[in-house]
Design a protein around this ligand. Sequence first.
Ligand code: 5AD
Ligand code: SF4
Length: 397
Amino acid sequence: DRVRKIWNFGGENSLSKRPESEAKAIPDLSFDELKMLLQKHTPETDAALFRYSNSIANQLFGNKCYVRALVEFSNVCRKNCKYCGIRKDMKGVRRYTIPDHELMALAKFAYENKFTSLVLQSGELGTETRISWLCDMIKKIVKETNDGLRIVISIGELPHKDYKALFDAGARRTLTRIETSNPKLYAKLHPKDHSWQERVDVLKDQSAIGYMMGTGVMAGVPHQVPGDLANDILFLRDMKASMIGMGPWIPSPGTPLGDPFLAQMTRITQRLEGRPWDRSDLKKWYNEDLLKQTLRMYACARIVCYDVNMAATTALEVISPTGRQQALRAGCNIMMPNITPRKYRDGYEIYTKKAEVDGGGADTLIPVGTIARVDKVAAEGGRVVDWGVVKDPLHHL
Ligand code: 5AD
Ligand code: SF4
């Protein structure tokens, strides 16, 4: 069967010398097949699965990896997602919005450093002032960079008129995660006033306006079962996402989902090791399993959604120092180095103190070091950075 074929895939470097071209996309993988592929079996089945998805990526992109500069331009948010460290009710978050001149300087930095795409990300804030300000900024950025940057907006759920206005201003891609394809699970992860259906409608609206629509999910959230992940892949396929951003759930302290998890970890550590839990223990809990689970999601998305663009997300770096490199070997073809200035970083802790987990090195020395670091991570992931514009998936042409 098809699952066996994937698990037996030798790949170019294996003894069996299978040609790369033998790895084919399988858009009609069934729920059961996906569930099988997404579950933990043996290190060998994982390795074969990743070889298979990596071979598809190689056929599409060669050994290339594309980059998008990420600016987290504001952490002001009107929503209260239960997993998020910058949710509205989170106390002690210094709220910021990067002022015009600084944002423009960052866009120019991206442009001058060869980036061809800029991701503008923020919490959700659909006020008239925010939207018209953002439209103005996008117009200015497009103008002052000679239309050299494709603008991606990752700013949450907004009404049609706002997404239309932003499109007219020059934004061309969106990134709005559905978080989970299961409406019941969605309801557990969000307060009552957040609606799964509304988010789906927003994604459809973005596509209809003409955006290259991007979405994705979190893997490993509380209450999630393997079948949910299989359905997530089918959802991404059926929505014809152009871009996929997926990552592991990270228990964020002070959030309604993070705190009970962390409390449980404290109890377990106390029982097993007779000492209180501390933050450095997180490394242990961000285990191989969670990383592999995320990598299996990338692999399946590559097999099913074929030529979609897929990012090796930053959250991976929190759970493993080589997380993004492994993602680039499992089907991912995009990296989004964060160029948000250091002084704002503490304010954008969606997951947890990233620096405390990864030692502070990760892309934080902006602008110094970004480019070298991108090159290094790509190389370690077996890829070479291509600064050009990445192709859009054919299903949109
Ligand atoms: N762990 C992992 N990802 C998270 N996000 C928010 N909070 C967390 C967390 N604790 C992700 C969500 C959101 C994106 C901006 O960040 O998927 O869409
Ligand atoms: Fe706001 Fe996004 Fe965080 Fe939800 S995930 S609270 S919308 S920043």
